[in-house]
Design a protein around this ligand. Structure first.
Ligand SMILES: Nc1ncnc2c1ncn2[C@@H]1O[C@H](COP(=O)(O)OP(=O)(O)OP(=O)(O)O)[C@@H](O)[C@H]1O
Ligand SMILES: [Mg+2]
Length: 393
């Protein structure tokens, strides 16, 4: 006869403690570039009768990342099969806990982010995809435009040195200008505001860039982070090379405090390939801020709906990796034409796709606004960097 191992015959809860912890390894503190389990921030996690509970220890009381961490923890736990509800409480680390966290963060900081020439408070979003041609560059350019329209200082870094397309899509060209030893970004007017753009396309022509290899790419991007007069940015959007190989991973780890925006087309197969970007995020300890579905079904003026590249893949992917679907952008021939003509800034603001970009920008601004990190972990990472700069005693 089988015996019930749970006390007093209580129903056992399917997800184990290890499964819950594993799910929390996907929650990354973007400041410290490590997951919250490794950082020792998970004090307790358990699930009983479908109700999961977690206690998270923050480095400082009132940390501005608290809401974001809480939302990430909730989403990741909710995505574990068998979890029906999630409750997250937060506490504050004691001196010993914080000392342990600092030594872990110190290790993570080694071989990581470069000394970027923009403020700590800027949110850095790397636009990634599992495969090429899904609209990453177009999404990056138009999100930049939508954020600039809202009055934010936005930088756009084209990190795709092999297949750079940002200059063409935005109708800007080189050469790269330099003043007082700093690279000056090209400035593109967006209404009363500006988008500041740097691309390898300002340095090389498209055929030359094909010859370049990973190491050159990493060095070029390092220059773009360190030696560009970005000014006081609120957001830096990075158009990443397609795919999820070593080069992309190395780049992602080099970007300070980067978070991924994963672009996918709506077919289930494409969403599954885009899932590799989430694996890359996990391996590189990068937070995934959300999924953007592109080339989604559109409705004609006669009310007919066409799903050329499938349907629903964005929502499927977002649910599978436990992040929000930030928006779904329809396939739009006018959009292709605007990109070909370098005229994205003149896109009709009332078109469904332009409305879609404005909605994603709104979500990014409300959920991932630039933060005043002066009282939070950003300060800790500064200390870590200072410590690393000191000669070993
Ligand atoms: N929603 C859309 N509707 C119509 N055309 C689109 C849409 N999104 C992107 N495109 C078009 O698809 C093509 C590929 O887009 P884009 O260059 O942005 O993709 P990508 O993912 O950056 O490609 P790569 O992997 O080569 O860098 C472009 O011609 C672009 O204009
Ligand atoms: Mg591209």
């Amino acid at each position: 006869m089988l015996t019930d191992p749970s006390p007093a015959g209580a129903p056992t809860c399917p997800p184990s403690h290890d499964q819950l912890l594993e799910a929390l390894r996907d929650v990354v503190d973007p400041e410290l570039g490590e997951d919250i389990v490794t950082l020792g921030m998970v004090r307790a996690v358990a699930c009983r009768d479908g109700a999961a509970r977690a206690e998270i220890a923050l480095t400082v009381a009132g940390c501005p990342l608290r809401t974001q961490l809480r939302a990430d923890v909730t989403r990741r736990l909710a995505a574990v099969p068998g979890v029906e509800s999630v409750e997250v409480t937060t506490g504050v680390m004691g001196t010993d806990e914080r000392a342990r966290l600092m030594s872990t963060a110190r290790r993570a900081a080694q071989g990581r982010a470069v000394a970027a020439s923009f403020p700590n408070s800027a949110r850095v979003f790397a636009v990634v995809s599992g495969k090429g041609g899904v609209g990453k560059s177009s999404v990056t350019a138009n999100l930049g435009i939508a954020l600039a329209r809202r009055g934010y200082a936005v930088g756009l870094l084209d990190a795709d040195i092999w297949g750079f397309s940002i200059p063409r899509l935005l109708g800007v060209s080189g050469p790269l200008r330099v003043a007082a030893g700093k690279i000056l970004p090209a400035e593109i007017a967006v209404g009363d505001h500006q988008l500041r753009v740097v691309s390898m396309g300002f340095l090389a022509d498209e055929n030359e860039a094909i010859m370049w290899r990973g190491l050159v790419l990493a060095r070029a991007v390092q220059h773009f982070l360190e030696d560009v007069a970005w000014g006081p940015l609120d957001y830096l959007l990075v158009d990443m090379p397609p795919g999820t190989g070593d080069v992309q991973m190395a780049l992602a780890r080099m970007l300070p405090r980067a978070e991924f925006l994963v672009v996918t087309t709506p077919s289930a197969a494409a969403a599954s390939v885009a899932g590799r970007a989430a694996d890359m995020a996990r391996k590189g300890h990068v937070r995934v801020a959300g999924v953007i579905e592109n080339m989604a079904p559109y409705t004609t003026e006669y009310g007919r709906r066409h799903a050329i590249f499938g349907d629903g893949g964005g929502a499927l992917l977002a649910a599978a990796i436990g992040v929000p679907l930030l928006g779904s952008l329809p396939l739009d021939p006018g959009f292709t034409a605007a990109g070909d003509a370098g005229a994205f800034t003149q896109l009709d603001a009332t078109s469904p796709i332009a409305v879609g970009f404005a909605a994603i920008a709104e979500r990014l601004v409300t959920r991932a606004a630039p933060l005043d990190m002066s009282g939070c972990t950003a300060r800790l990472i500064d200390h870590v960097e200072e410590a690393l700069a000191r000669p070993a005693s």
